[in-house]
Structures are given as C-alpha cells and as structure tokens.
Design a protein. Sequence first.
Length: 100
Amino acid sequence: EVVLAAVAQQGDALQHASHALRGDKEVLLAAVVQHGDALQHASDALRADKEVLLAAVAQQGDALQHASDALRADKDVVLAAVAQQGDALQHASDALRADK
C-alpha cells in the first residue's frame, strides 16, 4: 500500500522499493503510468511484458530503451513509442529501424 501510494505520486520512487515489489506488475504499472522511465527499475520479466511496455511508452516514448530485445522488435510497442516521442526510434530493433 505504501509503495503503491509513492509510485502513483512519483513513478521514479520505484527505485526505492524492495526488489520483490519491482517485480510486481500492479506496482510497476502504477509507476510507469506516472513516469515511463521508471521501467528502468523493473525486473527483467516485466521489461518483457507487452502491457507494461505499452503503458510506459505511452507516457514516455524513450522508455523503449529499457525494454527487452523482443519488445524492441515488436511493431505495436515501437509504433506507440515513436508516436509519443519520435527519437525513441533509436531504441528499436534494426529491422524496425529499416521499416518504411
């Protein structure tokens, strides 16, 4: 309850949460909706979760840099990221950077 309140007010507060809560999807979603770049403090498993990534890049396209390689190659995720911040393209897979 305390961590959820903190990340809902300031997403980057996730960096101060326990390791276990950094892997909690509910906590992470609350954090990235407020501050997309909070994704950098997430567990590897959640960096590979498409729902989490879509929420993060909708708030801050550049959060794509913290995504798993598979999601950097996911067209839906990359399109959402570049729609929010064009230069997020630099973090996309080679194949998507070559996609007209």
